[in-house]
Design a protein around this ligand. Structure first.
Ligand code: PMP
Ligand code: GLN
Length: 385
């Protein structure tokens, strides 16, 4: 562009392009196997594609209602009631968003005011902190400590105060794969009980839990449900991360505030996709054993890594596996991830990308939402390190 652009002050001066975009770009440039950004390298159910296509051909191509297609909101409310025993009114308490990322953005923008403290469990998904800061909030971190990545509830008790506007949780947890138990959530309920804190619970991997565990949502505990926004995403469950449809379930007064923001972020989400998901959720087994499906992939990846110098940290859910590389090198995680990419042609994510207040341990994150053949080729390269 030849004419001069007026200077602007960045609202997020410390933020670059996300690590997921950077690693995927580098993986493509180097021709590396991409176990970095979390997305499947296999296709979704063709019946789901046929269903979206059919809705398009039937002329369902105009704006959806601002809070989402009612049939989908009803299907979500029914699924949450079945799984968690929580009751949400589909008319007023469920909002469909353009991905969980939009739901998180709207919930934070709706409730966090300048100067408010927001307690964030780190390592954390990369959108939370920038959005809190964009709204003038002050992150206060509770660190999941390597190697077991459990929440220390005494740390949480110390972090939460009358200044806390929101606590942001994520279970099953990206990147550690840890799953909170009901006893954990009881601890949280006791901690926030006499505070004005809301809870924003990112549960996008709710259906990807392993070894007989059940996902326990914050909404299963009535005192937490009353102050919580629960965020989900269909992208993870249906192998359709590119369709970007998520949702947030929250009590009516909170949902109304979220919708005030949502209507000016996207107004409404893609109509034919919502109609197709509504149909899929009405099926007898809507989640088609996605937990067992990914447990098999996790176990395959782990068995292929046997004999390598990487040490797996147990993953209880999500489609991520952390690998400790301290037996290989003393390099920092970012440096080692870059070397692994360039020299061994395997892309991963350094966990420092999810950390703000603490030093990164010698751990990289690998996504196993990949074809068996991809996992086999990647593991062969990792075994040679
Ligand atoms: N939260 C977590 C923990 C995630 O891993 C992701 C994955 N991208 C998201 C939110 C965002 O989900 P979506 O793609 O539906 O925006
Ligand atoms: N959630 C995905 C991950 O953790 C990536 C999402 C994104 O690229 N924004 O890898």
């Amino acid at each position: 562009m030849s004419t001069a652009c007026p200077p602007v002050a960045s609202k997020l001066p410390d933020v670059g392009v996300t690590v997921f975009s950077v690693m995927t770009r580098l993986a493509v440039e180097h021709g590396a196997i991409n176990l970095a950004q979390g997305f499947p390298d296999f296709d979704c159910d063709p019946a789901l594609v046929a269903s979206v296509t059919a809705h398009m051909k039937q002329g369902n191509n105009q704006y959806a209602p601002m809070p989402g297609v009612l049939a989908l909101r009803e299907a979500i409310a029914a699924a949450v009631a079945r799984a968690q025993g929580a009751t949400y009114d589909p008319a007023t308490e469920i909002t469909i968003t353009s991905g969980a990322t939009e739901a998180l953005f709207c919930a934070i923008a709706a409730f966090v005011n300048p100067g408010d403290e927001v307690v964030i469990v780190e390592p954390c998904y990369d959108s939370y902190v920038p959005v809190v800061r964009l709204n003038g909030g002050r992150p206060v971190f509770v660190t999941l400590r390597y190697p077991d990545y459990r929440i220390d509830w005494d740390d949480m008790r110390r972090a939460v105060s009358s200044r806390t506007r929101m606590v942001i949780l994520n279970t099953p947890h990206n990147p550690s794969g840890q799953v909170l138990a009901r006893a954990d959530l009881d601890q949280l309920a006791a901690i926030v009980e006499r505070t004005p804190a809301l809870v924003l619970s990112d549960e996008v991997y709710e259906h990807i839990v392993f070894d007989g565990r059940a996902h326990c949502s914050v909404c299963a505990i009535p005192s937490l449900a009353a102050r919580s926004c629960v965020v989900g995403s269909f992208g993870k469950t249906f192998h359709t991360t590119g369709w970007k449809v998520g949702y947030v379930a929250a009590p009516a007064p909170l949902a109304a505030e979220i919708q005030r923001i949502h209507q000016f972020v996207t107004f409404a989400t893609h109509t034919p996709t919502q109609l197709a998901y509504a149909e899929a959720l009405r099926a007898r087994d809507p989640y088609r054993g996605v937990g067992a499906f990914y447990q098999r992939k996790r176990d395959l990846f782990l068995s292929l890594l046997r004999g390598s110098r990487f040490r797996p940290i147990p993953s209880q859910g999500t489609y991520f596996q952390l690998l400790d590389y301290s037996a290989i090198t003393g390099e920092r995680d970012h440096d080692f991830a870059m070397r692994l990419l360039r020299e061994r042609l395997v892309a991963s994510i350094p966990t420092s990308a999810f950390l703000y207040a603490s030093d990164a341990p010698p751990v990289l994150r690998f996504c196993f939402a990949k074809k068996d053949d991809t996992l086999e080729r990647a593991a062969e390269r990792l075994r040679a390190v």
